[in-house]
Design a protein around this ligand. Structure first.
Ligand SMILES: [Zn+2]
Length: 340
């Protein structure tokens, strides 16, 4: 049987990040990455072809959530205000998906990730989705959650809204708040997840179902990670430092996991390609799920992320896969269901 690498390139279409891009306005949100970066990226990668001669396609995960409503006035502001731009991307073969964040503002106007109030999360997801559908009906069939965050309620809510594919997962990794008083960002838990698509156990979105256990109908298709011990340990160290906690390092030694955006430096992206080679030894199909942020496509303050890196990484991925005698195929996130 032929071996195939299905490549899914998602984009968390967030506003430009202060500290990452220079000269951002002090108030409000800036969308240069989306409006300038995306057309530039499309132009740059269109000469790259997969094994059947198609150019890369993207799944643009668009922001419709409480923060957008609070700052811009409506959940679907980005969709309504840039509808023509988005429909052109779709006509060119891309997918319009969804990237809801749980940004919430406190009494002092400080933004944080609401991880504890499940009713607030579920209600916001329902309202934002309805508003999304008002502007772009029948879209948002796939989702990448803000900060990769899920719990069983949010996962079930997406399923009930008719979403088909979630690709928020980062297998084996987790960052969780130490207690309920912590107000910060970037919390998620995928500690039990496999490195391939799965229908999660109804009892726990993070893992495969055991025998006779009920499952969600919503497919989880996590980001492709490397299980390299060296890279996983480095990643565990970084996480341990960030969390000021030794546990992530122990977890990394037990179940190593390394991941980087597709806009990352080629030397840092290479461990993911090595994992593809290892996985092809015992699998005919691999789903290479990856993502990036639009401000990484612009000139930025980091030395790690760029559009040039993304173009190099995509073409090296195809070249290497073909070198192994396998095929590479670009697909949208919602299409994963057609190939599992
Ligand atoms: Zn985001």
């Amino acid at each position: 049987m032929d071996k195939t690498l299905y490549i899914v390139i998602g984009c968390d279409t967030d506003p430009d990040r202060p500290g990452f891009i220079e000269n951002l306005p002090v108030d409000g949100l800036s969308w240069r990455g989306m409006l300038e970066g995306i057309p530039r990226a499309k132009e740059k990668v269109k000469s790259i072809k997969d094994s059947i001669g198609n150019s890369p396609v993207f799944s643009w995960c668009l922001r419709a959530d409480y923060q957008i409503k609070k700052i811009h006035g409506s959940y679907n502001y980005i969709l309504a205000n840039h509808k023509e731009f988005l429909l052109e991307l779709e006509e060119d073969g891309d997918e319009l998906a969804w990237h809801p964040h749980f940004w919430k503002d406190d009494e002092n106007g400080k933004w944080y990730q609401e991880v504890f109030d499940l009713d607030w999360q579920v209600n916001m997801l329902k309202e934002a989705f309805a508003a999304y559908q008002n502007v772009l009906p029948d879209r948002a069939k796939s989702v990448r959650m803000g900060w990769d965050f899920h719990n069983n309620e949010t996962f079930g809510t997406l399923q009930n809204l008719g979403i088909k594919v979630d690709f928020s997962g980062i297998p084996r990794l987790k960052i969780t708040p130490k207690n309920k008083n912590i107000r910060s960002v970037n919390f998620f838990d995928w500690s039990l997840s496999p490195n391939h698509p799965y229908f999660p156990a109804l009892a726990d979105y993070r893992r495969n179902a055991k025998d006779n256990e009920s499952i969600f109908d919503l497919l989880e298709s996590p980001n492709f990670i490397s299980k390299s011990i060296i890279w996983g340990t480095i990643s565990g160290l970084v996480l341990a430092k960030k969390m000021k906690d030794i546990k992530p390092l122990f977890n990394a030694l037990r179940r190593p996991s390394y991941w980087i955006n597709i806009t990352g430096k080629s030397t840092l992206f290479a461990p993911l390609m090595d994992q593809v080679k290892r996985d092809f030894k015992y699998r005919d199909k691999i789903f290479f799920i990856t993502y990036f942020h639009p401000d990484e496509l612009l000139k930025n303050k980091s030395s790690l992320y760029s559009l040039k890196n993304m173009a190099n990484n995509i073409s090296s991925l195809v070249e290497r896969v073909e070198h192994y005698g396998a095929h590479a195929k670009f697909i949208q996130a919602r299409e994963i269901l057609n190939y599992i």
